[in-house]
Design a protein around this ligand. Structure first.
Ligand code: NDP
Length: 478
């Protein structure tokens, strides 16, 4: 049995409680590791280490920060296979997908390493009689809380800019997928990251996560996770005037028009529906299809799904692995039941699977549902699993109304060859990210985040660098 430890002040240590929580392999349903059940005492230790490290780290040259973060990236790349296997076992995702996510985690470090040496301050000249310059300084000790769906990728997406700007970090990965965050500790030591600059505390979100958010000396919280958790975190952080970045849930529409490149739109829709078991905040879960191609599109999806491979995440041919936890597995199945009660017609899947040799794992067939109203719960609430709904539409206006008609506003994709329509819709969609004739094509410089209940603030590029800095204007009269 593997024993995961907290990473505090450059060393692996047990939780102060001495207690452990079980860590499951979702593919088998078996416990395969234990992680520390940390509490406020561990956060305090991490804080003391981070606060002490901050005085040196904030003065460390950007060139040196660049080199260390690049070195972390290099070691992650060298350990790609080891980390990918760990991620796949911990999360249930196919190994081939985990490999690309580990590569992208290294890219996050590399990208923000470069940002460290390119981040500049601003200067505003007042009609020749005064100069304002803006200092951008690190905040201090910051908290980064990440979810279980893309564990190392989303953790690195937060801690890399925080470290690049000279902050010290206390990270709280999801208790459900702690393994790659645990392995990151020794990578940081090997890369020469000074002790205390990054601390990783494991445990339950509502316990130690809450302790992190409420710690009075932690001045900024960057959180990615569910909307309800985000609401709670905001209610704790706001009265303490902490800086807050919230990347929350989504109920993303794919808008498929009759004039699209059919093969490309349908193939990418399959990918945006079921990649990572549908457990990506950017997955398209509401497939809106212009009526003239509705039946053809549906037939295409169903035909492809007939050959879809669900099973052992470690096999190359597996297209969809296991659902991350038993609790999430039950939640998704419950939504499928709700869909049936709401009059939904299950066109494909709609049930748990028991792949041979993995009968105790948590698998759900890719599920396609039609005939649900816009107001149905399955069209309004985030399921975050391999479940999509199909809805026909008859005009651009109707497509837009359907697309915008949920409390969420994270992402959308438009599939059309009509340039004007694409740009008009892109400007009218109430969401933070619009893809036109593509999905999940990411440029790390661009603003990343959601509108409405999908979040507050933007990550990515300079947005993340600005979030993790205080800006101070200095005015000099000439
Ligand atoms: P949760 O909100 O349950 O958890 C996210 C993180 O917050 C975990 O580390 C969790 O710890 C921790 N946490 C839980 N409760 C608290 C609390 N009271 N105080 C502080 N931390 C807490 O989300 P999931 O892990 O279930 O992730 C899925 C959600 O994340 C989906 O809604 C998805 O859409 C969203 N997401 C959004 C993205 C975006 O960029 N907008 C990207 C990826 C996912 P623990 O797991 O130990 O409980």
């Amino acid at each position: 049995m593997k024993i995961i430890q907290n990473f505090i002040n450059g060393a692996y240590v047990a939780a102060q409680s001495g207690e452990y929580l079980p860590n499951y392999n979702p593919a088998t349903g078996q416990i395969y590791a234990q992680l520390p059940d940390s509490d406020a005492r561990d956060i305090e230790l991490a804080y003391l280490a981070a606060n002490e490290a901050f005085y040196l780290w904030r003065k460390t040259s950007s060139e040196k920060r660049f080199k260390i973060l690049n070195r972390i990236a290099e070691i992650i790349d060298n350990k790609n296979e080891e980390l990918a296997i760990a991620e796949s076992i911990d999360q249930g995702k196919p190994l081939w997908l985990a490999r690309t996510e580990i590569t992208r985690s290294a890219q996050n470090f590399r990208f923000f390493a470069s940002a460290a040496i390119q981040f500049n301050s601003d200067c505003n000249v007042m009609d020749g009689h005064a100069i304002n310059y803006t200092l951008k300084t690190p905040i201090g000790v910051v908290g980064c809380i990440s979810p279980w769906n893309l564990p190392l990728y989303l953790l690195s997406w937060k801690i890399a800019p925080a470290l690049a700007t000279g902050n010290c970090v206390i990270a709280k990965p999801s208790e459900i997928t702690p393994m790659t965050a645990y392995l990151l500790g020794e990578i940081c030591n090997e890369a020469g990251l000074p002790k205390g600059v990054l601390n990783i505390v494991h445990g339950l979100g509502h316990k130690v996560g809450n302790d992190l958010v409420s710690h009075p000396e932690i001045k900024a919280i960057s959180f990615t996770g569910g909307t309800n958790t985000g609401k709670h975190i905001a209610s704790v952080a706001a009265p303490q005037f902490k800086k807050l970045s919230l990347e929350l849930g989504g109920k993303n529409p794919n808008l498929i028009f009759a004039d699209c490149d059919f093969e490309k739109a349908a193939t990418e829709t399959l990918r945006s529906s079921f990649l990572n078991q549908g457990e990506i905040c950017l997955c398209g879960s509401r497939i809106l299809i212009e009526r003239p191609i509705y039946e053809k599109f549906k037939a295409f999806l169903l035909e492809k799904l007939n050959h879809y491979t669900v099973g052992n995440p470690l096999l190359d041919e597996t297209q969809m692995g296991a659902i991350v936890s038993e609790q999430h597995f039950e939640k998704i199945l419950n939504y499928i039941e709700i869909a049936k009660q709401e009059g939904g017609k299950i066109l494909f899947g709609g049930e748990a699977l028991k792949p041979k040799g993995f009968e105790n794992g948590w698998y759900i067939a890719p599920t396609v549902i039609e005939n649900l109203s816009q107001s149905s719960r399955c069209n309004q609430e985030e399921i975050f699993g391999p479940v999509v709904t199909l809805t026909p539409f008859d005009s651009d206006e109707e497509a837009l109304d359907l697309a915008n008609g949920t409390p969420y506003g994270l992402a959308s994709s438009i599939w059309t060859n009509n340039l004007q329509r694409a740009h008009v819709l892109a400007s009218e969609l109430s969401c933070g990210i619009v893809w036109i004739n593509c999905w999940l094509l990411r440029d790390l410089r661009t603003p990343f985040g959601g509108m409405k209940q999908s979040g507050v603030g933007r990550e990515g590029g300079l947005h993340a660098m600005n979030f993790f800095t205080e800006q101070k204007n200095v005015c000099v009269k000439l």
